[in-house]
Design a protein around this ligand. Structure first.
Ligand SMILES: Cc1cc2nc3c(=O)[nH]c(=O)nc-3n(C[C@H](O)[C@H](O)[C@H](O)COP(=O)(O)OP(=O)(O)OC[C@H]3O[C@@H](n4cnc5c(N)ncnc54)[C@H](O)[C@@H]3O)c2cc1C
Length: 391
């Protein structure tokens, strides 16, 4: 129990190159041309989701044994930054889904794995992870949603917020309290796979600064009955561990999105600064712009290397909470910094919705919040460096 999904795909270099080529081709043909339109309209990209299904993205990190591709985290990270470079938002659709799948694959009973994972891998059943509540995000142990045992079922009451895929998804890995009395509080927490039905419905689709088009929603549970067979792992009290157990891969994910955004901001700036002239020369020949491009380029490369290094450790089955935390912290801050510098380089046009840099600027701060805020990453990194170097 609790072991990492085994990378069971025997992926060789040429096959990996083929996958990345296929994704790049899809991104250039179908994602890039529609990103601005969908983002501005805040419209869900149904066609892209169908294409993601065909590409196998909903099973990217699910073991081949259960119908997935069994991709290593290194390849997965490359896929994520390739897509995020064109449009970050769609990566959230399969990232959140795969976090739910990883929870079942790592912690579920064999019966749960056999039932759910093939459906998740094909994208027939899609969903996400429902942890956050209106009163509790970082402090997950303060959640109030309860699941009370009643014969062969549990009755769930409460609400969740900010849940990715909350409207268009079919199910969620749901964190609840099966006991509000036990101490420490995490011993009273459990996770379920909850499929929408009577008593479980989405609430509002939340309006957002960025990461538009993708549904972030409230979920409402009113006397929602779920069979005991849907308790992940079949034992109460393990929910907190299960919820945080997927965070390493989740952080590598978010970090890869940061790399994509940081690189997009850089490359748009490189192009623009060669085309735009001021005082008789392209602005890339002005030193003030060169200083920005120099910093932006270095950030992209450093972020990419941190993500690669964390993903390699993850694939090798080594502890990588500090490495994933550093990758997430640095890559997300790089996305924010590069987006801001891209705005400066684009001058007045940066404020135009006819350019993409305004979207990078709106999308990038999310990377500093999701999968544990960057404040928390710094604390995790600090604790780890001390623990790994006892006096
Ligand atoms: C677009 C979007 C999509 C999301 N998708 C999902 C999803 O699919 N599923 C899901 O469950 N959640 C999701 N979330 C929620 C997200 O995970 C939370 O917003 C995040 O965990 C932070 O929680 P919070 O918003 O409650 O902030 P809080 O926990 O209230 O934090 C507020 C501030 O206090 C700081 N802080 C809190 N505690 C400490 C501490 N001990 N030490 C130092 N600083 C601290 C934080 O770093 C932050 O700066 C999403 C959020 C957004 C915006």
């Amino acid at each position: 129990m609790g072991t990492r999904p085994i990378v069971d795909g025997d992926w060789q270099e040429p096959e990996v190159a083929q996958i990345i080529d296929a994704i790049t081709d899809w991104v250039n043909r179908y994602v890039k041309p529609v990103a601005r339109k969908f983002d501005h309209a805040d419209e869900y990209p149904f066609e892209l989701v169908e294409q993601m299904r065909e590409l196998g993205l909903f099973g990217a990190t699910i073991s081949q044994e259960y119908g997935g591709l069994g991709l290593p985290a290194t390849v997965y990270a490359e896929i994520v930054w390739t897509i995020a470079k064109a449009w970050m938002a769609p990566t959230g659709i399969f990232n959140s889904h795969l976090m739910m799948a990883a929870c079942v694959e790592r912690f579920g009973t064999e019966e749960q794995k056999r039932y759910f994972l093939p459906k998740f891998a094909s994208g027939e059943l899609r969903g996400g992870v429902a942890l956050t509540e209106p009163n509790a995000g970082t402090d997950l142990q303060a959640i109030r949603t309860t699941a009370i045992a009643d014969g062969d079922e549990y009755i769930i009451n409460g609400s969740k917020t900010w849940i990715t895929n909350g409207i268009n998804g079919h199910c969620v890995a749901l964190l609840v309290k099966t006991s509000t009395q036990v101490e420490p509080r995490h011993r009273g927490m459990s996770m379920f796979i909850a499929e929408k039905g009577e008593g479980f419905k989405p609430g509002r689709k939340l309006k957002k600064l960025g990461y538009r088009s993708i549904d972030s929603a409230e979920l409402i549970f009113e006397n929602f009955r779920v069979p005991k067979s849907r308790l992940i792992g079949g034992i109460e009290g393990l929910g907190f561990k299960q919820a945080v157990g997927g965070l390493e891969l989740g952080r590598i994910n978010v970090a890869a999105r940061g790399v994509g955004l940081a690189e997009a901001a850089l490359m748009d700036s490189v192009r623009y600064s060669q085309e735009r002239t001021a005082f008789g020369k392209p602005i890339c020949e002005h030193q003030a712009i060169q200083l920005k491009l120099g910093e932006m380029t270095t950030r992209v490369e450093a972020a990419r290397l941190l993500v690669k290094s964390a993903a390699e450790k993850y694939d090798a089955g080594e502890r990588c909470d500090m490495e994933a935390g550093m990758a997430k912290l640095f890559a997300s801050e790089s996305a924010v910094d590069n987006s801001l510098q891209a705005l400066r380089i684009h001058g007045g046009y940066s404020y135009s919705t006819e350019y993409d840099v305004e979207r990078y600027f709106r999308d990038s701060p999310l990377m500093c919040i999701g999968e544990g805020t960057n404040e928390m990453q710094k604390i995790i990194i600090a604790k780890q460096i001390v623990e790994r170097n006892p006096a």
